[in-house]
Design a protein around this ligand. Sequence first.
Ligand code: ADP
Ligand code: ZN
Length: 720
Amino acid sequence: MNRCRCLVLNAALGPLDYRVPDGMHVEPGSVVVAPLGPRQVMAVVWDEGRLPGTEVPAGKLRPLLSVLPVPPLAAPLRRLIEWTADYYLAPLASVVRMALSSSAALQGGGMVTEYRLTGAEPGRLTAQRTQALERLEGQQATIRELAEIAGVSDSVLRGMVGAGLLEAVRVDSDRPYPEPDPHHAVPDLSPAQAEIAARLVAVVEEHRFQPFLLDGVTGSGKTETYSEAIAAAIEAGRQVLILLPEIALTQNFLTRFEARFGCPPVAWHSSLKSSERRRAWRQVAFGGAKVVVGARSALFLPFAALGLIIVDEAHEIAFKQEDGVRYNARDVAVMRARFEQIPVVLASATPALESLQMAEAGRYERLILPDRFGGAQMPDIKIVDLRTEQPERGHWLAPTLVRALVERAERGEQSLLFLNRRGYAPLTLCRTCGYRFQCPNCSAWLVEHRLSRRLACHHCGHEVPTPERCPECGEPDCLVACGPGVERIADEMAEILPDARVAVVTSDTLTSPAKAAEFVDLATHGGIDVIVGTQLVTKGFHFPELTLVGVVDADMGLEGGDLRAAERTYQQIAQVAGRAGRGEKPGEVLLQTRHPEAPVIAALACGDRDAFYAAETEARRSAGAPPFGRWAAIIVSSEDEAEAREAARAIGGTRPALDDVMILGPTPAPLALLRGRYRYRLLINARRSSGLQTILREWLEPLKFPPGVRVAVDIDPYSF
Ligand code: ADP
Ligand code: ZN
């Protein structure tokens, strides 16, 4: 072809046509550099006839400048990009950008110089060098990256090179990764596991599209089971993508993977250093990365020969991206598998209702592991009724739970207290004048963090040091903490068991994969008596000595009118309960609640998952909620409150009148002010499963707004 249509990356433009100069070879998917006005931009050559646009006369076309030396994005990935843009109403260029990661990744690296500690005796050290020595242990990267890790300037590190403390190593920035060995340490599977593994392996070998719902109770060995499918894919010379909901879980997973396959998989997440990111991206594209474990963005990587996708903890809401392109990685994973014609496994102990429904409809094949591995029993779940027994004043743990904690301590067993609230207290006020600390950028209270002596907003990250006096009335020492957060529960633990080693586990404390690894190691080997944690501790961890789980406030997630509140509460509590009694000793779970009669709590207490799902299915059906009807949200925001309101009204004023579509709003969004932007929202509910995107497109595309107004569409929203 001597002309082609391209998707231009850093432009809010539609597709553009270019001339292909003589001697240049491009094909659909080729990544090219193209002229745009006076600039040079990255672009991807697209299939003929698939992108809109009018034919520009050949004489007016500008020539492409060069082709980047990376494999063209393959057809299945191009179809996935189109589908994602179409389904989530996102600009194609934004989705392509997720696939290309960063322009640096495309340039290739060749040999680069990296640095690492020499281990030489340091002699007398400056404070900065001491810090660098501590933080750079085990690291190898460029000076710039090491400086960032160490929190010192480049010149400090250059000085250390001069002093023989750091040494240079020449490495190929494009070197392939070690290959996982499918035969390294094959476990003996239980008969139930073996049967499921055989089924998965068969489909991996057939190399065809098939979604599986691997539905197994916590501790049933889902990982061991799907690892056989991974082994089969490696054996067949194909690549594997494993999606995990949180980076904090990755480390745990890497260790287990290494034990099974002899080397860790390639990690992909947002906190990779840029050299790691480049190497990973390129090796995925060239086939030198066999198994990738990543956060949701790994879904758009340009795999050379993908053979299997695993979505672990597939019910997790962390798979839903809440800004930029608002996609649900679980659904996109199934679509990628479909375009690639490969199997995909959704693994969970508490599947999303949508996934169960797909299994019931025969679209997904359901594989069930009903029992824990090695004869471990499911924990016994009991209710602590807070209406009849109260914690002491200013405390949050009721006598039954306190007694159980003391008992565990006496027996040398581990306990876990779950409260999904970071910090010390969710609200801080002045005892004298009643002043409340609020975030200046969001409609939210500032949360006190005693460990770091700060008040912080959990929505935008705004932080101030905890003041000594009230900013309103000037009274000293007048701040009162209202309600509990995990830090406060940890304090209460210290009162109850002064000698206990208590660990607070939240995204504030497990800030890096290394910290997460340290925690797992300590907790596994008897270094922690009581873990107090947020949702971060509800999943994936396996601590053999953990025999008691206390849920401090089982009702917390049920407040507010959220569509998925019941399901999420069920999943969270079932998952955290699943941490108890995974070893030889039986586990016990105590739920503190004021609503023992609520269907979720009752179902948890009698271990009747089917009853819960049946009731929830009916509730969703009558509300026209997924999977029986479709919802979408339109979020209109601006830094100017009146402008946001006007724009939302303008949208509301042009609403289409359709029989089977209900449109609610505009109303102020639940977080009416977020990161300095005022937000209004409209909700759209369609009782049919198709056409929602067309309705939205026809409705919104003709509308024009001031430049400060952003209109975002959220298809299948999670929280509203
Ligand atoms: P799940 O992911 O279903 O909650 P895990 O995969 O974490 O369960 O397994 C629970 C525990 O049982 C882990 O420590 C795992 O190593 C162990 N386990 C499961 N299956 C086997 C097996 N076939 N052989 C040895 N250990 C197993
Ligand atoms: Zn804020």
